[in-house]
Design a protein around this ligand. Structure first.
Ligand SMILES: Cc1cc2nc3c(=O)[nH]c(=O)nc-3n(C[C@H](O)[C@H](O)[C@H](O)COP(=O)(O)OP(=O)(O)OC[C@H]3O[C@@H](n4cnc5c(N)ncnc54)[C@H](O)[C@@H]3O)c2cc1C
Ligand code: SF4
Length: 475
């Protein structure tokens, strides 16, 4: 701990965002990168707690107090080495992690937490800028081959760990380029794709092979992989969206959020979308159903496309602005958030249920909604109740359903092999990440359901450990 009184002298300060008037005109990252001196000051606020709750709540077990100290002492290379020992994609989590560590930071008890996520970003970007992040080939190859299915954060981290251990790793991806939701989910204004490509370039130079445009279970049979590889890791994510089966759902102009976001990302990368498939918000009244982060990403895209009006609707009540007694420190609280996309312009409604869509000439024109309240029945179950005389209509030319994801796509795998699923429809594994087929492992959203990038990375790393242990035992 470089400065024992840092937290008393310096206030928490984030680097912030580009001005709304500027950023709304492009798809470049909205966040500003932290300067080194800024991060040194912010890192000096870390108290090097005897029991670092930040470390305990980080799904990766990042060595946060230690690297904060290295930043303060300008020992950037040491900070990088420590950070990369627990996190394969620090440039991604440094930009996108909701940072459960910050909510558990001891300073959060009576002050504001250390800027942990931004300090992480500072370390990794300094490391790239100064040439510390170089391809490192394993000293020797083990002669065993592993297939990883899916190239999101879980698949990439699993592949990276196994490759470092000396296995030959081949990643199969159904999209045209690797990255999973980092490529075709998260918009460029939160993560420019050169950041992902920079990491992929290193992984390729280290010897990981990527085969894209091939869906396992359809274009390549799982049984073929079982014959050709010593182990298989399924990391295909969880992408079946929750639908809203109400009257007139089949009208034109109603789309799932990921279809909308994927197209937007493809367009930013220079791909042309055929006019009859294009989902564009230009001059349209856009209504986004779902008040979560995916909905917020859609707000950002719709604003950049030139929507005339954007409304985001959430069924649940507006979350509180500060911690409530039932969620004390160091628990991760559900709080009201205004994202950078919200700042760019949107009307937000809470406790609103959409009862039906209303159309004209086959196209959506309105939503028919009602305000709702929640009450518990005698068994303690929460019930939604429409408030009488609160029905209203909202004009809409484009409706985006951002209602979450219910399960992974597993039909093709099940046709070939009788893989067991859990009660939610995710791929079931034992505690060693092994599925009901002894050669097949699973990790990430495909195993847990839709979650967070940091959890997917953690899953990928743990799965790689279990695959390594399995291959050591059986061969
Ligand atoms: C719009 C959006 C924004 C998000 N933003 C954030 C954020 O800011 N911060 C955060 O922490 N989390 C965020 N998340 C959640 C996070 O992106 C996911 O939890 C994470 O990407 C899961 O990683 P994964 O590797 O398990 O799966 P994915 O990222 O979904 O990757 C799975 C990959 O497997 C491929 N695949 C699937 N089946 C097959 C098959 N049969 N053959 C070959 N390839 C296959 C898919 O094409 C995909 O590329 C966001 C999610 C969404 C939808
Ligand atoms: S909990 Fe906060 S103050 Fe304590 S070690 Fe972690 S980052 Fe530093």
């Amino acid at each position: 701990m470089g400065d024992t009184r840092g937290f008393l002298k310096i206030k928490r300060r984030l680097s912030g965002f580009r001005a709304v008037s500027e950023r709304i005109k492009d798809y470049l990252e909205v966040s500003l990168l932290p300067y080194e001196e800024h991060s040194q000051k912010q890192a000096s606020r870390c108290m090097d707690c005897g029991t670092p709750f930040c470390h305990w709540t980080c799904p990766l077990g990042n060595y946060i107090p230690e690297w904060n100290d290295f930043i303060f002492k300008k020992q950037w290379q040491k900070a990088y080495e420590l950070l990369s020992s627990t996190n394969n994609l620090a440039e991604i989590t440094g930009r996108l992690c909701p940072a459960p560590c910050e909510y558990a930071c001891v300073l959060e008890i009576n002050d504001e937490p250390v800027t942990i996520r931004e300090n992480e970003l500072s370390i990794i970007e300094y490391a790239f800028k100064n040439g510390y992040v170089k391809p490192k080939l394993p000293l020797r190859r083990k002669g065993k081959r592993i297939a990883v299915v899916g190239s999101g954060p879980a698949g990439l981290s699993c592949a990276d760990q196994l490759n470092k251990l000396g296995y030959k790793v081949v990643v199969f991806e159904k999209d045209d380029k690797p990255g999973g939701l980092l490529r075709y989910g998260v918009p460029d204004f939160k993560l420019e794709k050169w950041v992902l490509d920079r990491r992929l370039d290193i992984l390729k130079k280290e010897g990981i092979e990527f085969i894209c445009g091939q869906e396992v279970g359809k274009d390549i049979k799982l049984k073929k992989l079982i014959k050709e590889f010593d182990a298989i890791c399924l990391a295909g994510g969880s992408r079946i969206p929750r639908d809203l089966n109400i009257e007139a759902r089949n009208l034109k102009g109603i789309y799932f959020a990921l279809d909308y976001l994927k197209q937007a990302n493809m367009q930013v990368s220079g791909k042309k979308i055929p006019p009859d498939e294009l989902i564009d918000a230009k001059n349209k009244k856009v209504v986004i159903l779902g008040g979560g982060d995916t909905g917020s990403d859609c707000v950002g895209v719709a604003n950049r496309q030139g929507a005339s009006k954007i409304i985001q609707i959430e069924l649940l009540p507006k979350p509180p602005e500060s911690r409530q007694p039932h969620c004390p420190w160091p628990k991760y609280p559900l709080l009201f958030k205004t994202s950078s996309s919200h700042q760019e312009g949107v009307e937000r409604y809470w406790q609103v249920l959409t009862k039906k869509f209303i159309g004209e000439n086959g196209k959506v024109k309105k939503l028919f909604c009602v305000k709702v309240e929640f009450e518990r029945d005698e068994k303690g179950c929460v019930k939604i109740k429409g408030i009488p005389n609160t029905e209203f209509e909202i004009d809409a030319d484009l409706v985006i359903l951002a209602l979450g994801f219910i399960r992974p796509k597993t039909e093709n795998f099940l046709k070939e092999l009788d893989l067991e699923l859990d009660q939610c429809g995710n791929i079931k594994t034992d505690k060693n990440f092994i599925t009901s087929h002894k050669k097949i492992f699973a990790c990430g959203d495909m195993r847990t359901g839709q979650s967070l990038i940091v959890k997917a990375i953690s899953e990928g790393r743990l799965c790689a450990n279990h695959i390594d242990r399995y291959l050591k035992v059986i061969h």
